[in-house]
Design a protein around this ligand. Structure first.
Ligand code: SF4
Ligand code: SF4
Length: 317
């Protein structure tokens, strides 16, 4: 079994994939003002992930114990309740939770929240299109993010084709961990790929993300060979990938691609810990910190010293 065999082999029914957030007026996910669609499901398990709700491809119930008033409404509403508790409780899940969200709908204190809702292509694109005035005024558009949107090539293809028919600019934010065919097909439909390089050492990459980086780097080389439009994104995480050896290896790899791609350095922010707890997941056993301004400047200067085009943040300054 290869690394790529770990990707979902079948997509959800045509009723859609689970979207857990639609963020409007984003200025960090590609050119202009953008609407970013966050899709659930990811084959990587990065130990700094600040979107733990993106990992599982299905809707999930998040619980904020501090807001629970013990009213019992969730027990009444839960079709899998055993009489004194719903199937998904604050500290446990008995395996019977069908992720229907009935408990969240009746919870008066917003202690329970259903994360993720199945969205179909047509209604999702119609919703995105409402933001056209912002796109037209700024040169923006829609960004499909996650999770990993390339987990759902049929759904994503439908979205990208529908956007193209409507003249909406599209970006796909990806780890690049997908089959070569999927990466190529999607690159031909999207206006730009926002493509992560997390670490150049395959063993380190595997230890901290759960997957080998070789398919990711191979796919990036293929995209460059085919003149695809790509913005490389480098999540800067002190103690993980800010070492000179890694920066020089990345600069050498990117500088050696047939197409000169810009690198966007994204400073890491530790915001996901409480989200892990609310989902009943154990927070990762790591303690990464945000880079200081000096850290950021040093990394940018090091990469630029190799003659590369380097920016900070998710778009041109
Ligand atoms: S999501 Fe549905 S099955 Fe799960 S605890 Fe809530 S009501 Fe029960
Ligand atoms: S419905 Fe909400 S507030 Fe009431 S017991 Fe359930 S979780 Fe607590």
């Amino acid at each position: 079994m290869t690394e790529l065999d770990r990707l979902p082999q079948t997509e959800p029914a045509p009723s859609g994939v689970a979207v857990f957030n639609i963020q409007r007026c984003s200025i960090h996910d590609g050119p202009g003002i953008r609407t970013t669609v966050f899709i659930k499901g990811c084959p990587l398990r990065c130990d700094w992930c600040h979107n733990p709700e993106s990992l599982d491809g299905s809707p999930e119930v998040a619980i904020n114990k501090r807001q629970c008033t013990s009213c019992g409404a969730c027990i009444e509403a839960c079709p899998e309740s055993n009489g004194d508790r719903p199937a998904r409780g604050p500290d446990w899940d008995d395996g019977n939770c069908r992720r229907c969200g009935a408990c969240a709908e009746v919870c008066p204190g917003e202690a329970r929240e259903l994360i993720g809702e199945a969205r179909a292509v047509a209604e999702l694109v119609a919703e995105i299109e409402r933001d056209r005035p912002f796109f037209d005024a700024s040169g923006g558009g829609v960004t499909f993010s996650g999770g990993e949107p390339l987990c759902y090539p049929t759904f994503l293809t439908g979205c990208l084709e529908a956007c193209r028919e409507r003249g909406l600019h599209t970006a796909v934010d990806t780890s690049g961990f997908a089959s070569k065919k999927v990466v190529r097909d999607i690159s031909r439909l999207a206006d730009v790929l926002l493509y992560d390089i997390k670490h150049m050492d395959s063993e380190v990459h595997k230890k901290h993300t759960g997957v080998d980086n070789q398919p990711i780097l191979d796919n990036l080389r293929t995209l460059s060979d085919e003149n695809a439009t790509v913005w490389i994104r480098f999540p800067l995480i002190p103690g993980f990938n800010d070492g000179d050896d890694n920066l020089d290896a990345m600069a050498s790899f990117v500088g050696g691609l047939p197409n000169g791609y810009p690198i966007f350095v994204l400073p890491y922010h530790p915001t996901g810990i409480d989200k892990h707890r609310r989902l009943g997941k154990r927070p990762p056993d790591v303690d990464y910190r945000s880079p200081s301004d000096d850290d950021l400047v040093a990394v940018v200067e090091r990469l630029r010293s190799h003659g590369l085009e380097v920016h900070t943040g998710g778009a041109y300054e």
